[in-house]
Design a protein around this ligand. Sequence first.
Ligand code: FPP
Length: 244
Amino acid sequence: MTQAVTSLPAMPRHVAVIMDGNGRWAEKRGIPKLAGHNAGMLAMKEIIKRADIIGVKYLTVYAFSTENWKRSKEEVGGIFNLLVKYVASELAELHENQVKVRILGDYTEIPDAAVKSIEKALDTTKDNQGLQFNIALNYGGRREILQAVKEISSQVAAGTLKVDTITEETISRYLYTGEENDNLPDPDLIIRTSGEERLSNFLLWQSAYSELAFTDSLWPDFTPEEFEHIVRAFAGRKRRFGGR
Ligand code: FPP
């Protein structure tokens, strides 16, 4: 007898993506690097849609790291202009689809126009219940942990927190993914494009048990089909979290 009920494979709840390869994509075509970032933004739009369709609840993208400030002024300015352009053209549709936007990182340090766009996106989508789209912006994993250590230390110094009561959960709460963003679950799966196989200071604490997937596709070439394929392959992997 065949089984009457086939259950759908469990989708990862939280998928995080390191969108790498925009520069190489542009270089291959002999076009300016910013054109690569623009193509990257278009790819990102499609990935958000697909993540929503297949039932991913949290999608986090690494858009700008604390190390990215070392790039040329022109490139940095260009990326933030793209962000402003992205919010202006996409916010209505994101809102219509119930997407809730969050920022991980100290976005107050980015150019004013981009801060305004971000605040508008956060405010417009704050009550939405659909896909939660987290943009890591001016984000650094070590910086995030350092900041948490400082806050926890000052509480201890002030006598409002006892050293013995500090747990892993305490640290998690003080990260960008913690209380300030309603405690996101850790990423189940982290995908990096462009053939590089490292985390580059992304979600260092939160990735302790994440599955990692790498693809040679450059970010602008990364299709919703490939994204879905990787996510579904994850659903078949067994995670043991250190147990047996
Ligand atoms: C990495 O490619 C990509 C970035 C540093 C920027 C990511 C930005 C976007 C996808 C566009 C806009 C996003 C938002 C939220 C508006 P790289 O330049 O390091 O590529 P390379 O390693 O080939 O040079």
